[in-house]
Design a protein around this ligand. Structure first.
Ligand code: SF4
Length: 327
């Protein structure tokens, strides 16, 4: 795109739609150094048009050098690969759409849900889990999904959305979309991530959790605190300056109560991500889990990108491997 400046490249990429074909769109994840299960994911889209300042996908090598928004036109071939893979596995298995893209942001352009959801509805083994911030659900509501597509939304307190998620659907619109999909019989989940404990975070998140749980009959909620890769943090600092609230938080003494500090002061964990120290993470999770339990004692709670010790400390060991990317 004629520039080597990472911020300019990123901004131009966000405004550029590429139509292409993807020959290796079905992959198995390679997480290591945390307790996340590995899982199958697929990519009829690449990256996304939204503008979250903290986006860590933007810092991954594939997106850093090619930050355009992509729609892959060989959907039939991609679903044939899902079919082959699922048949080889031979038992119900989730195929995740939302790891390397937003799963629904481009739906009004592509109309792919009207092919994908019926495909998964009739498949003996393949199941789909979509992760999105979109409110574009019109195409989904009348489909016969057989409960074999799970829809999940990344949500956050309105104050955080306003401050750190530019050009994304308002949280009220996301919640409305969740509610409508639940009414249409889809299993609906929430991923409350990245939790950014700024200001009076107990009040902000406590209030938001009540609104969410009273509005949507969730089947699972997954919590994850802010974490980042150095390259994603670099891009965020090019956008917001080095003194932005997230970098300051990650560099603060609160973030240093674990092992050695990363480049920006936050704890560099075994999986290479920079995150808050253990005591801060545990304190935030414990508070939010309390809020959830008071309103939905039965709701399944998962943690994203955490380690085994954190599950144990929060008495959630039975929930390990039952987070958003899997059935
Ligand atoms: S929705 Fe996800 S992929 Fe898109 S900008 Fe936000 S964090 Fe990045």
């Amino acid at each position: 795109m004629g520039t080597a400046d990472p911020l300019q490249l990123h901004e131009q990429g966000k405004r550029t739609l590429v139509l292409g074909e993807h020959r290796s769109a079905v992959l198995f994840s390679e997480e290591a150094g945390n307790s996340c299960p590995n899982y199958w994911h697929f990519s009829p889209y690449g990256f996304c048009p939204y503008g979250c300042h903290y986006c860590y996908l933007a810092g991954t090598p594939g997106v850093w050098f090619s930050p355009t928004v992509k729609v892959f036109l060989n959907l039939e071939e991609i679903l044939a690969e899902v079919d082959r893979t699922a048949n080889q596995i031979g038992r119900p298995t989730a195929f995740y759409l939302g790891k390397l893209q937003d799963g629904l942001a481009l739906e009004p352009l592509s109309g792919y849900a009207r092919t994908m959801i019926p495909f998964f509805a009739q498949h003996p083994c393949a199941r789909m889990v979509i992760l999105t911030k979109s409110a574009n659900v019109e195409n989904l509501l009348d489909l016969d999904h057989a409960s074999r597509t799970t829809l999940s939304w990344t949500v956050n307190a309105p104050e955080i959305v306003q401050r750190f998620e530019t050009n994304t659907p308002a949280i009220t619109d996301r919640i409305d979309a969740m509610r409508r999909c639940a009414q249409a019989g889809y299993p609906v989940r929430a991923v409350l991530m990245p939790i950014i404990p700024v200001g009076d975070w107990r009040e902000t998140y406590g209030r938001f959790i009540v609104t969410l749980l009273e509005s949507v009959p969730l089947s699972r909620i997954t919590l994850g605190l802010i974490c980042s890769y150095p390259q994603a943090q670099r891009l965020m600092e090019l956008k917001l300056g080095r003194e932005n609230a997230i970098s300051l938080l990650l560099a603060s003494p609160l973030a240093r109560n674990g092992r050695g500090a990363g480049r920006e002061g936050g704890e560099r964990s075994d999986d290479g991500r920079i995150r808050f120290g253990r005591a801060t993470r545990e304190e935030v999770y414990r508070y939010l889990i309390g809020c959830i339990r008071r309103h939905r004692p039965d709701l399944e709670i998962g943690l994203c990108l955490e380690d085994e010790a954190m599950f144990a400390a929060l008495d959630l060991t039975g929930s390990m491997g039952r987070c958003n990317c899997v059935l």
